[in-house]
Ligand binder design. Structure first.
Ligand code: AMP
Ligand code: GLY
Length: 422
């Protein structure tokens, strides 16, 4: 099968690495890809949001499966574009419809969806510029901390946790005045949940589903979970505190009603659902939905998946997922993200990366890299994900830490405490 994978981060390198192991994958293209994905297929300089160009390429190369890595093309409706197009409609699209992608594309949509189905999530209210005064009053009488969320996609920056009502009111005004553009024209004000977070992923066709290995990611830039939020500084799988009892609640209270809900609203959904969850006491709550796999969770989830990913994705689209057996590697996996100095604020690109050849016992997934004049150079905030296996989290992390010393570029930074709280 000829497959086109959209995206160019660590998640997509992990997808390319995993898909290329499948006998079903005859040829792989990655758009735009990075210096790492180039080892598993052909990088194509297309923007994933340019549907016409993606569609034209798919026709020219007789692509049979389109795998969509990032959320933006999904929220913008790439699935619907393919399905409405006479010559593209038979291509297997792995990614939900625009309607299904609203689970991630609109916090207001997701909160309503959950409330209507009693899916456990934080209590909330939503406001616009027209209801600004009501919102300020709502915040004044709210317990602290208070969580504010821009409704739309804001590149992972749209959530602000405020410690005082004053801070929340200032942030609330800023959001409604366009701090995140259109994305914050509507704002969700939400109760703060105190607990420990974890990520659950399913591959689904909207009815049947299989649960992928559970993971936990580390979002803050600083050790001890301090400082600014990032796209993710590392992750581990499995997660020791997520036991069978908790997973039963996740399935019954969250996964099943979510799928039933997608059917009720007639939202075609073949692809991945990422449940961003928090354990409060002994109960799971939904912090957020994503309509795609997580990054850097994918860099530990796929290495722990022994089953054939292409076969699973095909089975999802053919509604034969129930016949598939998902096999997990019993070992732990951990990934450390090496980032550019200054990230998640301003940072420089184009630094030459050396030492990748010396990496031993870890997989080096590229995130923000590019090939230039035969050299691998930094090309983003998150640069390399070093994934290792171990019989426990500590030994997996230790192997990645040893290799993190070997990879060199100006301004390299990484957290040394990933997984140490578990
Ligand atoms: P999100 O972009 O929705 O994943 O939110 C980013 C991060 O903000 C989450 O991973 C949580 O750490 C935190 N967060 C979001 N909503 C809440 C909440 N209601 N209570 C506590 N923390 C939250
Ligand atoms: N790891 C969080 C995300 O992919 O959004």
């Amino acid at each position: 099968m000829k497959i086109l994978l959209l995206g160019g981060g660590g998640r997509e390198h992990a997808f390319a690495w995993k898909m290329k192991q499948s006998p079903l994958c005859e040829q792989l293209f990655i758009a735009p890809g990075n210096a790492g994905t180039a080892s598993f297929g052909t990088n194509v300089p297309l923007h994933p949001n340019d549907f016409e160009a993606v569609g034209a390429f798919a026709l020219k190369e007789q692509i049979e499966m389109l795998v969509v890595g990032p959320e933006e093309p999904l929220v913008l409706g790439i699935y619907d574009y393919f399905k409405a197009h006479g010559q593209l409609k038979d291509i297997h699209v792995i990614g939900p419809s625009k309607k299904g992608a609203q689970l991630e594309g609109s916090k207001v949509f997701a909160k309503k969806f959950m409330m209507e189905r009693d899916i456990p999530t934080a209590a909330y209210a939503e406001f616009t510029q027209d209801t600004l005064e009501d919102g300020l009053a709502y915040i004044r009488q709210h317990t602290t901390p208070i969580v504010l969320k821009a409704d739309g996609l804001a590149a992972g920056k749209g959530v602000v946790i405020c410690q005082t009502a004053e801070e929340a009111q200032d942030e609330f005004r800023a959001m409604l005045s366009g701090k995140f553009g259109e994305a914050s024209a509507r704002v969700v004000v939400e109760e703060f949940l105190d607990g420990i977070e974890f990520s659950v992923f399913v591959i689904t066709n909207g009815k049947q589903y299989k649960i992928l290995p559970v993971a936990k990611d580390y979002k803050r830039i600083g050790e001890g979970d301090t400082g600014l939020n990032t796209g993710g500084m590392g992750s581990v799988s499995p997660v020791p505190f997520v036991d069978e009892n908790l997973m039963r609640k996740v399935e019954n209270w969250i996964i099943s009603p979510t799928l039933t809900g997608l059917q009720e609203i007639d939202a075609p959904y073949v692809g991945f659902i990422f449940f961003g969850l928090i354990k409060v006491g002994n109960s799971p709550f939904v912090i957020e939905y994503n309509c795609r796999m997580g990054d850097p969770e994918t860099e530990v989830v796929l290495p722990r998946l022994q089953s054939d990913l292409v076969e699973l994705m095909l089975a999802a689209d053919k509604s034969t997922l129930d016949e598939e057996h998902l096999i997990e590697d019993p070992r732990f996996a951990a990934t450390l993200i090496l980032v550019s100095g200054g990230y998640p604020e301003t940072y420089e690109k184009g630094k030459t990366i050396t030492g990748l050849d010396g990496v031993e016992g870890s997989i080096a997934f590229h995130a923000g890299t590019k090939l230039e004049d035969g050299l691998v150079k930094t090309n983003g905030g998150r640069v390399i994900a070093l994934t290792s296996y171990g019989m426990d989290i500590r030994s997996a992390v230790d192997t990645s830490l040893e290799n993190a010393e070997k990879v060199q570029y100006e301004g390299k930074y990484y957290r040394k405490d990933i997984g140490f709280d578990l």
